[in-house]
Design a protein around this ligand. Structure first.
Ligand code: PMV
Length: 351
């Protein structure tokens, strides 16, 4: 009899870590072994758009990703749905004559439609944008009255890196101390206007899905790598302090040095894992290192996640233009080179 549908649509950009998260101390709550820092991208280029709908005529929760129905039975989806649902409050839409009470939410089902405007699971942090957007849109639909920090802790349980996509600009994920994860949240270090000279260029080397998921990769690293222990205990804590300082002062040489070193150490941990994991493409690193060395101070920083695609951060637009020229020269799109396209985060850092 009741025919109404209530909908919310939200858009969330992905984020790129410049101090990496790699390794969990608790797999089901997704608690990391170190802090991490990221930059949230411009939503025009790499983002997820999610519409969530509720209606009394829906008889189960369902989800479509890029137009294809996917199962919601996985623990991560279930946890996010449960956490948000348990915090739902009354919703009233007078125009439509809809009134949903806190109690009603327990029996109402949602339909979720999510689109990524970039390749899924190719090391471009699609799950970060995806889970951040899912949690944010469900929280809006269900009138959840929690602050961003709490929402970030819920998104974290979908995908660790997702907690950082709830903010624009520069974001830190604090690992936290508690066993229940309540203090493992993301905070904004600086907003998207703070350092808007930076231009982020993403060289899409391959849209193939990665062979080792970050979940199993991290598990294997934690179980077999000695280097990861040294990294989490001795290296990252100091790098986090230094990176915060570099961001605060818009100090590009320090920023570039720390971002490149941290990406390289993350991939060294991958190599130190048994069996070894290979994600990145080293040709681009060689080009950038050579260029930076030929200048007085670094022009471009590089960082790679769990995939072959390079994220390049140019110190300004002029450098970005030159970077694109060099990429096109070394990897002409029409040739057999495996670099197929370039995505330019023009405004670099914004919400
Ligand atoms: O959140 P996950 O499970 O997709 O892990 C992401 C891990 C890296 O992207 C490699 C690093 C990071 O901090 O984003």
């Amino acid at each position: 009899s009741e025919k109404w549908v209530l909908m919310v649509t939200a858009q969330t950009p992905t984020n790129i870590a410049v101090i990496k998260y790699w390794g969990k101390r608790d797999e089901s709550l997704i608690l990391p072994i170190n802090d991490s820092i990221s930059v949230t991208l411009d939503p025009e280029h790499l983002c997820t758009t999610t519409t969530v709908a509720v209606s009394p005529s829906f008889d189960q929760d369902r989800m479509w990703l890029n137009g294809k129905e996917i199962s919601l039975s996985g623990g991560r989806y279930q946890r996010c749905l449960r956490e948000i649902r348990s915090r739902a409050s009354d919703v009233e839409d007078e125009k439509k004559g809809i009134k949903i009470t806190k109690k009603d939410w327990e029996n109402l089902h949602v339909h979720i439609a999510s689109y990524n405007n970039f390749p899924t699971a190719a090391g471009l942090a699609s799950s970060a944008a995806g889970f951040a957007c899912l949690v944010f849109s469900l929280a809006k639909l269900m009138n959840v009255k929690e602050d961003q920090g709490k929402l970030s802790a819920i998104a974290r349980q979908g995908s660790g890196s997702a907690c950082r996509s709830l903010y624009g600009g520069f974001v830190k994920w604090i690992m936290g101390k508690h066993d229940d994860g309540s203090d493992s949240i993301a905070v904004q270090l600086a907003d998207e206007k703070h350092w808007d000279d930076l231009v982020i260029v993403i060289a899409v080397v391959s849209s193939r899905q990665k062979e080792t998921s970050s979940t199993s990769g991290m598990r294997e690293s934690v179980e077999t790598s000695m280097l990861i222990k040294h990294r989490a205990k001795e290296v990252v804590p100091k790098r986090i302090v230094d990176m915060e300082e570099a961001i605060k002062n818009r100090d590009f040489p320090s920023f570039a040095h720390l971002a490149c070193a941290d990406s390289n150490q993350f991939h060294a941990v991958c190599l130190d894992t048994c069996p070894p994991i290979f994600y990145m493409n080293d040709t681009i690193i060689g080009c950038v290192e050579k260029w930076n060395r030929s200048e007085e101070s670094p022009q471009v920083a590089y960082t790679f996640d769990a995939g072959p695609n390079a994220v390049l951060i140019a110190r300004n637009r002029k450098v970005a233009a030159s970077l694109l020229q060099r990429l096109l020269f070394h990897f002409p799109p029409s040739s057999d080179a495996d670099l197929s396209s370039y995505v330019i985060g023009d405004k670099s850092i914004l919400q």
